[in-house]
Design a protein around this ligand. Structure first.
Ligand code: UDP
Length: 332
């Protein structure tokens, strides 16, 4: 299939692009490079630099490349920032998404796989979370992702735009060529690894008074390659004429606390990793762990990498290799 990947220059998008190309699909990446990196896009994929709010550019990209399906990953995705700057999140995640749907309808393109999030559930009591759990986001990030998911449902009903919405839990790890590099970095695992490298003095734990086994938040970390493979499976299901669906995308265990993640990183890196306790971060639920039963039974999806040590080790290998490469460029 000929697939447009919005946000395909980002951390997850670049790995989804790799997986699609490996699966025999032709990919056009559409990204404004506000967060993504041009060099994260493999040479086998075409690249268009464009804004999600630019309907004409989206329309001509879809039409000129004879696109048949879309993976929509371009978004703003920081929980903390969404609380202080909700307008940005409504603009990109809701308005931008609707502009894309409009361009897709005009160009006669469908179906669509959408990057949604566990943040749509808010702070549910029942864990692991099933897709039937009530949605009640606690921050504008989750709220805006949910708004677009809801639009998809009504567009499907009225216009027949079939979709899969993938509610990501915590993407982590790296492939040999793609890893997490945000600026500024706010995610736990890359931050902890930067502390291990000595680039940051310490990591702050956001709250140790949550009702969890050690007081710190529990998250469900899934390897980015597994996450990417779920997109390909979703797209192929839709291409076979399958019905719209919503799937949780987690690793299939009980999740890990922030302290456990830091301990695993100490083990993997052999470094001390100093820690400071800090207050809770706005909008953070205590626990987010996925039930992966639905995507397992309907798409046959099972994560290949379920060991957090392996996931953190893949990120560590990627980051160490990248720093070595940067040092050799400076030295040359
Ligand atoms: N976290 C932390 N210190 C940090 C960054 C994150 O304690 O410097 C915690 C955060 O509160 C959450 C978990 O680590 O419970 C994962 O956060 P991250 O930002 O990586 O992903 P999110 O769950 O927000 O998508």
């Amino acid at each position: 299939m000929r697939v447009l990947v919005t946000g395909g220059a980002g951390y997850i998008g670049s790995v989804v692009t790799e997986e699609l190309v490996a699966g025999g699909h032709e990919v056009v990446v559409y990204d404004d490079l506000s967060k993504g990196h041009r060099d994260a896009v493999i040479d086998e994929a075409a690249f268009v630099q464009g804004d999600l709010l630019d309907r004409d550019a989206l329309f001509s990209t879809l039409r000129d490349n004879a696109i048949e399906a879309v993976v929509h990953m371009a978004a703003r995705s920081l929980v903390g920032e969404s609380v202080t700057e909700p307008a940005k999140y409504y603009e990109t995640n809701v308005m931008g998404g609707l502009v894309l749907l409009d361009a897709m309808r005009a160009a006669g393109v469908g179906p669509i796989v959408f990057s949604s999030t566990a943040a749509v559930y808010g702070a549910p009591e029942k864990q692991p979370i099933e897709e039937t759990a009530p949605v009640a986001p606690t921050n504008p990030y989750g709220e805006t992702k949910l708004a677009f998911e809801r639009a998809l449902r009504w567009y499907d009903e009225a216009y027949g735009v079939r979709y899969v919405s993938l509610r990501y839990f915590n993407a982590a790890g790296a492939t040999p060529r793609s890893g997490e590099r945000h600026d500024p970095e706010t995610h736990l695992i890359p931050l902890v690894l930067k502390v291990a490298l000595g680039e940051i003095g310490e990591v702050t734990v956001f709250g140790d008074d949550y009702p969890t086994k050690d007081g710190t938040c529990v998250r469900d970390y899934i390897h980015v390659s597994d996450l990417a493979r779920a997109h390909v499976l979703s797209l192929e299901m839709l291409a076979r004429g399958g019905k719209s669906a919503i799937y949780n995308l987690g690793c299939g265990g009980d999740g890990y606390t922030v302290r456990e993640v830091i301990d695993v990183a100490r083990e993997v890196t052999g470094k001390e990793i100093p820690v400071k306790m800090g207050p809770r971060r706005a909008g953070d639920p205590a626990m987010l762990v996925a039930s992966s039963a639905r995507i397992a039974s309907e798409l046959g999806f099972r994560p290949a990498q379920q060991d957090l040590r392996e996931i953190v080790a893949s990120a560590w290998r990627w980051l160490s290799a990248r720093r070595a490469q940067e040092a050799s460029v400076v030295a040359a």
